[in-house]
Design a protein around this ligand. Structure first.
Ligand code: ATP
Length: 805
C-alpha cells in the first residue's frame, strides 16, 4: 500500500487528463433517464495550441517534505540529545558548506533513466549531508532556529548544471519570449479528395510550422478521439514529396491507415504494409515507398533481434533491424500512448528510430501521470528537455549510457552526476510539491513546453466545425434470476471465505494468482454462469491461463503458458500496485512457477481450428457444451430485449456490443443469430486482415446490425460510425477503457444521436466494480492525490471491498 505521503506527492493524472479533456460524464441512470451532453462550443473556444493546465490543487500539500532513502517521508527535526552528539561532527562539515537541502533528496539526482525511480541505496548518501541536516534543525546559541534562505534540491542541481552548461540558464525565458508567429490555416490542398474542416486546416498549418521552426522537429497532435488526426497527418505527409515516411500503429489500425490513404488521396501514393511474414527484406525497396505502415510489435520485435539477438543453432545471432537502419523523413506514432512507459521495449525501440521529423498522435496524451509525457518529449528528442547533463563536465547525452563500471561512456563520471533535465525541472518538483511553490512553477514550465510542442482541441471546442450529434450514456441494471443467483452466491461465498482466510494469514500476495482468477470468475458469472461452471473440458494449451478464454493477441510466459496480452498486463500491473514489499513473487496462474513474461512480445499464433459449430473455434464454449440444452442468462436476455426494441423501432439502426470475454460474445452470437440478427464479430484471436474484413462487412452491409467486439482488441483506434448504439456488457476496472470504446462511434462521420448503455447485474460483483469506480473517481477528484494510476489497478483495500460479505 502506498503511504499517505507517497500518495500526496503524486501529481494528478486525473487532473491533467481533465485539463486536457472535458469528457462527457457517465451518469448513473438507474431509472433509465437519459442525459444529453451538449456539444455546443463555449463562446471563446476555438483552435488553440494552448492547453489549460489549471488543476484544482486547493488541498495540495504545502510542506516540502523530505524524502528519506527508503522513500518514507520525514522532517529534519531531531531530538536535542542527538543534536549534541553530532555537534563535533557538524563543525567538521561547516567547511563543506553543505546545507540541509543537500540531505533532502540526494538520491533524486541519480535517477534510473528507464523508470524514473531512484536507484541509489542508503549507503550512497554522504554522511556529511546527514549531519548538515541535523545542524539545520538545531536551535542556534540565541535559542532560535537558524533560518537561512534555502535552495531546494532541484534548484541546486539546476545551478550545478548551468555552471557546466551555460546554455541551460535561459531555456525557459527563451521559450517564454519566443516570438509565436501567427499560424494561418492552409488552403484546401488539391491532393486531398475530401474538404478539410477549418480546425484541420489549422492543424496541418501548425504541423508545418513546427517542422519549419528549428526548436522542435515535430510534436504531439492530441485532438480528442475521432476528430481526424489521421487525415491531418496524411495531408502533412503529402505536403512535400519527401520520402520514405514511417507510420507505426496498433495492429487493428494499420488497414484503416491504408484505407484512408486510398480514399482521401488523388495521387498514386506508394504505400507498403510492413507486417507479417511476407514483408520485404530489401532496404532499397522500402526506401522507394512514400509511406511504410507497420505495427508497434513488428518494430519492437525487429529492434529486440538487433539488440539482444535471436537464437539460431544454440547461438544468439544479432540481426540488423531494417526499420532502424533507414533514415526516415517523418516518423508517425499513431496511438502514441503505447509508449507512455519510457522503459518498455516499444518505447525504447521508438526512441532509436532515425528521422528528420517525429510526430505523436494520441487522443489521450496523458493517462496516468505527468511522467508519461516524457516519452513523447523523448521521442521527438526535444533539446534540452529530453537530455541528460553531467554536473561535473560539459557531457550531454540523449541516451543513458554507462559501462559495466557504472561510469558514463562519454565522460567517465558516475550515474549520479548525470541529471535528466526534464526530471529535475518538471517531474520531481511536481511529484514533490503538487501544485504549490516549486510544483506550480514546474507545472507552468510544463504548460509552456506543451504550448510549443502539442496541439490539442476538444470536440466541444470544435463543435461548430464537427457538427457532432449529442451523446447519451445510461446504465441498465438487472438482477439475477433465482438459478443464477444460487450459482453466483455459492461462488461468491466460497471465494470470499478463501480471500478472508488469505487476509487473516497475511498471504494475499502469495495467492494473488488465485484471487485474480476468482475475481475473473465472478465477473464471468455475472455475464453467464456457464462461463464458470463449464470450464472443465478446456484444453489448457489453447486458452488464456487467466480468463480461460481463447487467448486474444496471445503471448507466452517463460514457463510456456499462454495468456491474452491484455489479461497478462492487468495481472502484472495489479500485483505491482500492491506495493507490499514482503518478498512475494508473482506466480504463473497455471503452474505456479515464478511468472516471467515479455508483455510486448509479438502475438503467438495458435491453431485453434474449428469445432462442430464451424463459426466458432474449437475452444469456444459453444463447441464444448451441449447447445441443445443451453439456457440463456439475464444479461443476454437484457441485451436481446434492448436490441429487439431497437429493431422494432427501426431495422437500420446498428449497434456495437463490447465484452471482455470472447466466450460470452460467442454465447451472445449464438443467441442473437437464432433470433434473426445478422451479427459480426471482432476479437484478438483474429488476424489484422480478418479484423478488417469484419469491419468492412459491418460498415457496408445494411443487414449486419450487431457488431460483437472484444474490448481488449477493438476498444481503440476503430471508426465505427455506421453504428449509433453501444452496449458495454461488463464494467472494466478502468473507466477510460470504456470511454475509449464509446468514442468508436461518437466521431466524425456520425450524424445520428449516439446512445451508450452500460449493462450491470445489480446483485453481483459488477455493481461493486461500478461503486469502486465511483469511489476511486471521488477520491481522485476530491483529494490532493489526484493520481489516476489507481484507476487501472487494484489495491488490497479494493479487494477487501470486492470480497466483503
Ligand atoms: N474532413 C473530413 N471529412 C470527412 N471525414 C473525415 C474528415 N476528417 C476525418 N474524417 C473521418 O473521421 C473519422 C475519424 O478520423 P480519425 O480516425 O482520423 O480520428 P482520430 O482523431 O485519429 O481518432 P482516434 O484517436 O480514435 O484514432 C474517420 O472515418 C475519417 O475518415
Amino acid at each position: 500500500m502506498k503511504t499517505r505521503s507517497q500518495i500526496k506527492r503524486s501529481i494528478s493524472a486525473a487532473s491533467i487528463s481533465e485539463l486536457f479533456s472535458k469528457k462527457a460524464k457517465v451518469e448513473d441512470l438507474s431509472d433509465m433517464e437519459s442525459v444529453r451532453h451538449d456539444t455546443t462550443p463555449p463562446a471563446a473556444a476555438g483552435p488553440s495550441s494552448s492547453v489549460s493546465l489549471t488543476p484544482d490543487f486547493a488541498s495540495s500539500p504545502s510542506s516540502h517534505d523530505l524524502q528519506t532513502p527508503n522513500g518514507v517521508f520525514d522532517t529534519p527535526e531531531e531530538s536535542d540529545d542527538q543534536q549534541d552528539e553530532d555537534e563535533d561532527e557538524d563543525e567538521d562539515f561547516e567547511s563543506n558548506s553543505s546545507t540541509d537541502d543537500d540531505a533532502a533528496t540526494p538520491q533524486d539526482q541519480s535517477q534510473d533513466p528507464d523508470n524514473g525511480s531512484n536507484t541509489e541505496s542508503d549507503d550512497d548518501i554522504p554522511i556529511r549531508t546527514v549531519a548538515a541536516r541535523r545542524r539545520a534543525s538545531r536551535p542556534n546559541r540565541a535559542g532560535r532556529r537558524e533560518r537561512r534562505p534555502q535552495l531546494s534540491w532541484n534548484k541546486k542541481v539546476a545551478a550545478q548544471l548551468c555552471s557546466q552548461h551555460p546554455e541551460l540558464e535561459t531555456v525557459w525565458d527563451d521559450l517564454r519570449t519566443k516570438n509565436t508567429q501567427e499560424i494561418v490555416p492552409i488552403e484546401q490542398p488539391d491532393y486531398i479528395t475530401v474538404s478539410l474542416l477549418p480546425f484541420q486546416r489549422y492543424g496541418v498549418a501548425w504541423m508545418i510550422h513546427q517542422e519549419q521552426n528549428d526548436d522542435f522537429k515535430g510534436g504531439i497532435l492530441a485532438d480528442e478521439m475521432g476528430m481526424g488526426k489521421t487525415l491531418q497527418t496524411l495531408t502533412l505527409l503529402l505536403s512535400d514529396s519527401k520520402k520514405p515516411n514511417l507510420v507505426i500503429a496498433p495492429a487493428v489500425a494499420i488497414i484503416q491507415w491504408k484505407n484512408e490513404i486510398e480514399k482521401f488521396t488523388v495521387n498514386n501514393v506508394k504505400i507498403n504494409i510492413f507486417h507479417g511474414s511476407n514483408r520485404t527484406a530489401s532496404r532499397a525497396e522500402l526506401e522507394g515507398y512514400d509511406i511504410v505502415i507497420t505495427t508497434y510489435s513488428t518494430m519492437e520485435n525487429m529492434f529486440r533481434r538487433q539488440q539482444s539477438g535471436v537464437k539460431r543453432n544454440d547461438r544468439m545471432v544479432k540481426e540488423k533491424s531494417l526499420l532502424h537502419t533507414i533514415h526516415w523523413h517523418r516518423i508517425i506514432l499513431d496511438e502514441a500512448h503505447n509508449i507512455k512507459d519510457r522503459s518498455n521495449n516499444s518505447a525504447r525501440a521508438c526512441f532509436n528510430l532515425k528521422g528528420n521529423f517525429k510526430w505523436s498522435l494520441t487522443g489521450t496524451p496523458l493517462q496516468n501521470r505527468v511522467g508519461e509525457l516524457y516519452s513523447l518529449i523523448r521521442f521527438m528528442q526535444a533539446d534540452p528537455f529530453a537530455y541528460y547533463y553531467c554536473k561535473l563536465c560539459p557531457c550531454k547525452c540523449i541516451n543513458w549510457s554507462f559501462d559495466n563500471n557504472r561510469t558514463c561512456t562519454e565522460c567517465n563520471h558516475r550515474p549520479m552526476d548525470h541529471v535528466c533535465w526534464w526530471n529535475n525541472e518538471v517531474l520531481k518538483p511536481i511529484q514533490r510539491d503538487g501544485y504549490v511553490g516549486e510544483g506550480k512553477e514546474a507545472m507552468d514550465k510544463l504548460r509552456l513546453l506543451l504550448d510549443h510542442t502539442m496541439l490539442r482541441r476538444t470536440k466541444e471546442q470544435c463543435a461548430d466545425d464537427l457538427g457532432l450529434p449529442p451523446r447519451t450514456v445510461v446504465v441498465r441494471r438487472d438482477v439475477f434470476n433465482a438459478d443464477e443467483e444460487e450459482v453466483y452466491t455459492s461462488l461468491f461465498r466460497n471465494t470470499a471465505r478463501q480471500f478472508n482466510s488469505y487476509m487473516e494469514q497475511g498471504t494475499v500476495l502469495n495467492h494473488y494468482a488465485n484471487i485474480f482468477e476468482l475475481l475473473t470468475r465472478m465477473r464471468q458469472c455475472a455475464d453467464h454462469p456457464d462461463l464458470v461452471t463449464k470450464r472443465n473440458s478446456v484444453n489448457m494449451q489453447l486458452v488464456c491461463g487467466l480468463c480461460n478464454e481463447p487467448p486474444e493477441d496471445a503471448i507466452k510466459s517463460e514457463c510456456r503458458h499462454v495468456f491474452c496480452s491484455g489479461c497478462a498486463k492487468q495481472y502484472v500491473d495489479s500485483f505491482e500496485a500492491m506495493d507490499e514489499d514482503d518478498g512475494s513473487v508473482l506466480r504463473c496462474p497455471t503452474c505456479f512457477a515464478k511468472f516471467t513474461i515479455n508483455l510486448y512480445q509479438p502475438p503467438v499464433e495458435l491453431d485453434v481450428g474449428h469445432g462442430e459449430h464451424k463459426a466458432f473455434s474449437k475452444t469456444s464454449i459453444v463447441n464444448r457444451i451441449d447447445m441443445t440444452k443451453w439456457r440463456s442468462s439475464t444479461k443476454i436476455e437484457a441485451l436481446y430485449e434492448e436490441l429487439s426494441k431497437l429493431r422494432s423501432d427501426s431495422r437500420s439502426v446498428k449497434s456495437i456490443v463490447f465484452s471482455q470475454f470472447v466466450n460470452f460474445l460467442d454465447l451472445v452470437y449464438w443467441r442473437l443469430s437464432r433470433a434473426g440478427f445478422n451479427c459480426v464479430r471482432l476479437d484478438g484471436t483474429m488476424s489484422p486482415e480478418q479484423r478488417d474484413a469484419a469491419i468492412q462487412y459491418f460498415m457496408t452491409e445494411p443487414n449486419a446490425t450487431v457488431f460483437l467486439i472484444s474490448l481488449k482488441a477493438g476498444g481503440v483506434a476503430l471508426n465505427l460510425t455506421e453504428a449509433s448504439r453501444v452496449f458495454i456488457c461488463d464494467p472494466w476496472w478502468n473507466p477510460s477503457a470504456e470511454l475509449q470504446a464509446m468514442d468508436r462511434i461518437h466521431r466524425l462521420g456520425q450524424y445520428r444521436p449516439v446512445r451508450i448503455t452500460r449493462m450491470i447485474i445489480e446483485n453481483s460483483i459488477e455493481s461493486r466494480i461500478v461503486k469502486l469506480q465511483e469511489k476511486k473517481m471521488a477520491l481522485v477528484n476530491s483529494t490532493i492525490d489526484r493520481d489516476q494510476s489507481a484507476m487501472d489497478r487494484l489495491s488490497v483495500e479494493d479487494l477487501r471491498f470486492l470480497f466483503s460479505m
